[in-house]
Design a protein around this ligand. Structure first.
Ligand SMILES: NC(=O)C1=CN([C@@H]2O[C@H](COP(=O)(O)OP(=O)(O)OC[C@H]3O[C@@H](n4cnc5c(N)ncnc54)[C@H](O)[C@@H]3O)[C@@H](O)[C@H]2O)C=CC1
Ligand SMILES: O=C(O)[C@@H]1CCC=N1
Length: 264
């Protein structure tokens, strides 16, 4: 599969590394346009402009949403006969993408950073895409992790808001657990190592187990023991639930603002 990637930064390069590592795409079949060179897999060509020569099978759009108009002004004419445009731009729906880039089938996605390990989530929204385009997108996204299609725009927005941002919140939880460890006497290095290993093991266990996370938490909490005292703090007044409800509400509100701005 030949790819052109317009904007390949933190998110685009995570996808690209997995595509190359998994053999889904050959590095030599990828051309990237970036403002400045980034570290990308060996063999990927990187430049300030699109290459001459034959068109690719897929164009992947990975600039910031605010740059959509700029890249459309520069590249839309050249891309009119490309079959498929896959965007990761938050808030830019297929109609907005098609208005900016007339011609290709436009597919809106919301990936997250762990796709680099094949352990990510990719939410996809393209209700009008024909079956052939869907099949190509499925082939491209399958090695990245959990792939979910949402025809309903509101559910796509909610899924993307959760999956796209959650890694950042989990990274914060790792740091917060380490801060807790420091507060009870560990060194910074000890606290960081123990917190990370505990989160990694717990996430793997939750994924492998047929028990719910709530049941697993109860399994950790020996009657009358230490964990219950800690859970009592987190659960009081639904403290943790309330914090994440507020967090995701802020995320969703910003997503709506970005979608409104993208529509103009
Ligand atoms: N970072 C993340 O975890 C996620 C990001 N996204 C989406 O991915 C997109 C990119 O985000 P990041 O990778 O975090 O940003 P980034 O700043 O790391 O990457 C943007 C890339 O676009 C390039 N670029 C900027 N203007 C350009 C132009 N006019 N022509 C060509 N290339 C240009 C830059 O050189 C850079 O490599 C955004 O639209 C964001 O909504 C979606 C899901 C998760
Ligand atoms: O923060 C953002 O807007 C992008 C989309 C989800 C993750 N990063």
């Amino acid at each position: 599969m030949r790819l052109w990637m317009i904007g390949c930064g933190n998110m685009g390069s995570a996808m690209l590394r997995r595509w190359v590592d998994s053999g889904t795409v050959a590095a030599g079949d990828v051309d990237v346009v970036n403002r400045t060179d980034r570290a990308l897999p060996d063999g990927v060509r990187q430049a300030r402009d699109l290459p001459d020569g034959p068109l690719p099978d897929v164009v992947v759009l990975g600039v910031k949403p605010q740059q959509l108009a700029d890249v459309a002004a520069r590249f839309a004419g050249r891309l009119a006969d490309v079959p498929l445009l896959v965007s990761m731009l938050a808030g830019c729906d297929p109609a907005t993408l098609s208005a900016a880039f007339p011609g290709p089938v436009a597919v809106q996605t919301m990936p997250n950073l762990p796709v680099e390990l094949g352990r990510g989530v990719v939410a996809i929204h393209a209700p009008a895409a024909p079956d052939a385009a869907r099949a190509t997108v499925d082939r491209l996204m399958a090695p990245l992790g959990l792939v979910e299609w949402f025809d309903d725009p509101a559910r796509f927005a909610a899924a993307g808001a959760l999956s796209g941002t959650a890694p950042a919140f989990v990274f914060r939880v790792i740091d917060a657990l380490a801060a807790g460890g420091r507060a009870i006497g560990l060194s910074p290095q000890e606290a960081a190592a123990v917190a990370l290993a505990a989160v990694e093991g717990a996430a793997a266990m939750a994924a492998a187990s047929d028990r719910t996370p709530a049941a697993l938490a109860d399994a950790v909490a020996s009657p009358g023991g230490m964990t219950r005292e800690g859970l009592n703090v987190l659960d009081a007044d639904r403290a943790l639930d309330t914090l994440f409800e507020r967090t995701l509400t802020a995320v969703a509100r910003r997503g709506e603002e970005m979608a409104a701005a993208a529509k103009g």
